[in-house]
Write a protein that binds this ligand. Structure first.
Ligand SMILES: [Cu+2]
Length: 117
C-alpha cells in the first residue's frame, strides 16, 4: 500500500493538502535513487513542505550555507531517518536551495513567493 501511494504521488506530482491551515506540499526521497522528487518546488509564504524519506538510508537536509534571508539555516533536518518525515514552514519569500549533507549530489530548491503573488 505504501509503495502504491508512493508511485501514485509520482504520477500526480506535488499536490497541496488543504486543511484549516496553510497548504502543505510533499517531496519524496525514493527508495532507489539519491534525489528529491520534485527537486524544484514553488510555494507561498506560510506554506509547509514535508520531506518523506522513503529510502533505507539516513539523510541530513540542509540549506546551502549563505542562502536565504538570515544567517541561520532555513532548512536543517538533523538526522533524517528512513521512514520518517521532516517538515518545515517557510515564512519569508525567497529562494531556498538545499542539499543533503551526507550525499552532496542530492540537491533541490524551494522558491517561496509572497502571499499575494
Ligand atoms: Cu542523503
Amino acid at each position: 500500500m505504501i509503495i502504491f501511494l508512493f508511485f501514485l504521488s509520482l504520477i500526480l506530482g506535488p499536490l497541496p493538502v488543504y486543511g484549516a491551515e496553510s497548504p502543505s506540499y510533499d517531496i519524496q526521497i525514493p527508495p532507489d535513487a539519491y534525489k528529491f522528487i520534485p527537486d524544484k518546488l514553488t510555494i507561498k509564504a506560510g506554506d509547509s513542505v514535508r520531506w518523506h524519506n522513503n529510502s533505507d538510508r539516513k539523510h541530513v537536509l540542509s540549506s546551502v550555507p549563505g542562502s536565504g534571508n538570515s544567517d541561520e539555516l532555513e532548512i536543517f533536518s538533523d538526522e533524517f531517518h528512513p521512514g520518517t518525515i521532516y517538515s518545515h514552514t517557510f515564512k519569508e519569500p525567497g529562494e531556498y536551495p538545499y542539499f543533503c549533507y551526507i550525499h552532496n549530489k542530492m540537491t533541490g530548491i524551494i522558491t517561496v513567493r509572497g502571499k499575494d503573488q
